[in-house]
Design a protein around this ligand. Structure first.
Ligand code: E4P
Length: 218
């Protein structure tokens, strides 16, 4: 399973990269705004800075909602760095844009996926990744994991190469459940990734090992 971090914060991206388990980054317009990044040049410079930190794919989202606008933006985004994956919303013009990008060798992440039907269409259009938002489904009393499971079955039935990128991950159990269900990638906050490492018995065990070692070497 690949681990992506879902943030535009350079310090958090660097921390995750330094952990040695990071495979990529996802951003969205809200995450960019949270960092105070606005204006085309600043946005492009920020994506370039993210790409200079990580080794893997970096999803950069288009703002346009019409086909021509998405194509124009996507073509500009991929000029920034070969790591850029164009993030396109699951709307009708978005599907057309994914088909265009796919036919032209440009990788895409189809975002805002909330149903397996949407994921099926994105795969048929040639999306490199689909992003089902599991946390936001949980927020409306719908089990986000059921969506991951359903997409996995559909993609395996037809050998679709589109990777399932479990998004809107909120906590470590989301990551573990996605791993059980065979999601190819998860994207989440640094807190969820770091929480995977923690276990009180590990801390207690280590404390005892070190105390015993100290006693023996007195
Ligand atoms: C996915 O690529 C999105 O950036 C993200 O996972 C959304 O997560 P949220 O629901 O926590 O905003």
């Amino acid at each position: 399973m690949k681990f992506f971090i879902d943030t535009a914060n350079l310090s958090e991206i660097q921390q995750a990269q330094d952990m040695g388990v990071l495979d990529g980054v996802t951003t969205n317009p809200s995450l960019m705004a949270k960092e105070g990044i606005s204006g085309i040049e600043n946005i492009q410079a920020h994506y370039a800075a993210i790409c200079s930190i990580v080794d893997g794919d970096v999803s950069a989202e288009v703002i346009s909602t019409d086909y021509q606008g998405m194509i124009k933006e996507g073509l500009e985004l991929v000029k920034i760095d070969p790591k850029i994956v164009v993030k396109v919303p699951m709307i009708s013009d978005g599907v057309k844009a994914i088909r265009y990008f796919s036919d032209n060798g440009i990788r895409t992440n189809c975002t805002l996926i909330f149903s397996s039907g949407q994921a099926l269409v994105a795969a048929k259009a040639g999306a490199s990744y689909v992003s089902p938002f599991i946390g936001r489904l949980d927020d409306v009393s719908t089990n986000g994991m059921d969506l991951i499971e359903s997409i996995r079955v559909i993609y395996d039935n037809y050998n679709f190469e589109t990777e399932i990128l479990a998004a809107s991950v909120r906590h470590p159990m989301h990551i573990i459940q996605c791993a059980h269900l065979g999601a190819d990638v998860m994207t989440g906050p640094l807190s969820a990734i770091s929480a995977l490492i923690k276990h009180p018995l590990t801390d207690i065990g280590l404390e005892k090992f070190l105390a015993d070692h100290a006693k023996a070497t007195k």
